[in-house]
Design a protein around this ligand. Structure first.
Ligand SMILES: [Zn+2]
Length: 465
């Protein structure tokens, strides 16, 4: 079947409806209404029909008998193909998106951080240029303006063009990313009428600066967790929730790592348009990983939390407290991670995750907590697409939606979880999954066949507005 699927390749984005399409036959199809045995016809780049369908002449048939058909998954929080401080990130668009597709992810969202001397549209174009012709899945960007005041006319034009998500930080003064609550208040006030959304990294800078760094052992990475206490996240989340409630601006809290913050967010949902995500590493790892000789490999921000907090986060995840899950994938090379291991404060902060997102959440939510695959589709496809403002074009199996779909055997052979293809440390060594992706279509194009990436003349991913 692999050979058959490699023929008839269209150029990217042609959407030629004269060409015979693809019929995904006999699978359990997860639509927004639920699961049913159905066939799914793809014509051009879109889903044309879902029902009891017979193959048309010339149509490529994908046998999904005994398998599940889900919408292409979306990771809304990745850092790839960029520099952070003096470090070149380990993953590029080619490596990150090749692995993403293999696990069922068809769209990634990255970050545009405005550099000194750059306009915001210029910064966006710089990042788009990195992805253009090099991304195997579709890509979108969140914007982080770093010059105050924001260029409101440019912002309005960008939002009108579909760049509807902005991201700010309540910490990282040294990196020039810190935004005060006073300025955040202005931003949400101005973004609200535009229909844009603000993503916030919540750690209160005053609480962080008050952490006692005396008698610190720089060789003990476990101190990273003590210096960035849970109270910092909770304090910033409370302030940002108040701003969201006052302005009505949709606010999304990224990588929430404490159960106390989750509780504050749950309580605020009736008065604020708030959503939140957490990352697999907060659900699967605790600060115990920071102890010992290789603890520096697990330095990320916010830090890995106490064992009890991790357990509460897992319970929260199983109870539906998170709108979505995203990785904050931020892989550094082994060499860069190790070079400053004698002082954890100088170790670049971040861990790999993009390849682990779907398998680990499947194992946690479906295998361990017995939730349905529909829950996975909601938290890893529909809700991420809504956050990005691209639902139901993405994130749903529905007639007219982009034909981004995953044919998966969720009870396949055990295989290792692989977080990255780059020369970076594996975040989840020894962890396995039965999540076996068999086929993936990206806008109607077969990009994974029989579990392997399909070679094409050039990467087929597109840059979404
Ligand atoms: Zn991040």
């Amino acid at each position: 079947m692999g050979e058959v699927l490699k023929t008839g390749v269209r150029g990217p984005g042609t959407g030629d409806r004269e060409q015979p399409g693809v019929l995904v036959q006999g699978g359990t199809v997860w639509t927004p209404e639920g699961a049913r045995r159905a066939d799914l016809r793809v014509t051009g780049e879109a889903i044309a029909e879902i029902g009891d369908l017979a193959p048309l002449s010339g149509e490529t048939v994908v046998d999904a008998g005994g398998l599940h058909v889900l919408p292409g998954m979306i990771d809304v929080h990745v850092h790839v193909d960029d520099t952070i401080g003096p470090y070149e990130l380990a993953d590029t668009f080619p490596t990150a998106t090749e692995l993403a597709l293999r696990t069922g992810i068809t769209t990634l969202a990255g970050f545009v951080t405005q550099r000194p001397g750059e306009t915001l549209p210029g910064a966006l174009e710089r990042c788009r240029a990195r992805a253009r012709g090099r991304t195997h899945c579709d890509v979108r960007f969140h914007l982080t303006p770093t010059v105050w005041p924001w260029p409101w006319e440019e912002i309005e034009a960008l939002v009108a063009a579909g760049c509807t998500t902005f991201k700010l930080y309540t910490t990282y003064r040294e990196a020039g990313l810190f935004t005060s609550y006073e300025r955040l208040a202005v931003v949400v006030e101005r973004l609200a009428p535009l229909g844009a959304r603000l993503l916030v990294h919540c750690e209160d800078d005053e609480v962080l600066r008050a952490a006692d760094a005396s008698a610190l052992d720089p060789g003990d990475a476990h101190e990273h967790a003590r210096l960035r206490p849970e109270a910092a996240e909770v304090a910033a989340v409370e302030r940002v929730l108040d701003l969201a409630a006052r302005t009505g601006c949709p606010v999304h809290l990224v990588h929430v790592s404490t159960a106390d913050a989750v509780a504050r967010i749950a309580a605020a949902r009736s008065r604020a348009a708030v959503t939140c995500e957490t990352a697999p590493h907060y659900l699967l790892l605790s600060d115990a990983a920071l102890a010992g000789r290789n603890g520096h490999r697990f330095v990320c921000t916010p830090p890995l939390r106490a064992v009890a907090t991790r357990a509460r986060l897992e319970a929260d995840a199983a109870a539906g407290a998170f709108d979505l899950f995203a990785t904050d994938h931020c892989a550094f090379t082994r060499a860069d991670k190790d070079a400053r291991r004698e002082d954890f404060r100088a170790v670049p902060s971040g861990v790999a995750g993009v390849g682990a997102l779907v398998p680990t959440l499947f194992e946690m939510l479906v295998t361990r907590h017995h939730l349905g695959l529909g829950e996975l589709a909601t938290r890893l496809a529909a809700n991420p697409a809504k956050l990005l403002g691209i639902y139901p074009r993405k994130g749903a199996l529905a007639v007219g939606s982009d034909a981004d779909l995953v044919v998966v055997d969720p009870a396949g052979p055990q295989r290792p979880v692989v977080s990255t293809l780059a020369d970076a440390y594996e975040t989840y060594p020894g962890r396995t999954t039965t999540w076996n992706v068999r086929h993936v279509l990206l806008r109607g194009e077969t990009v994974v066949a029989d579990g392997a990436n399909v070679e094409s003349a050039r990467p087929l991913g597109q840059i979404l507005a």
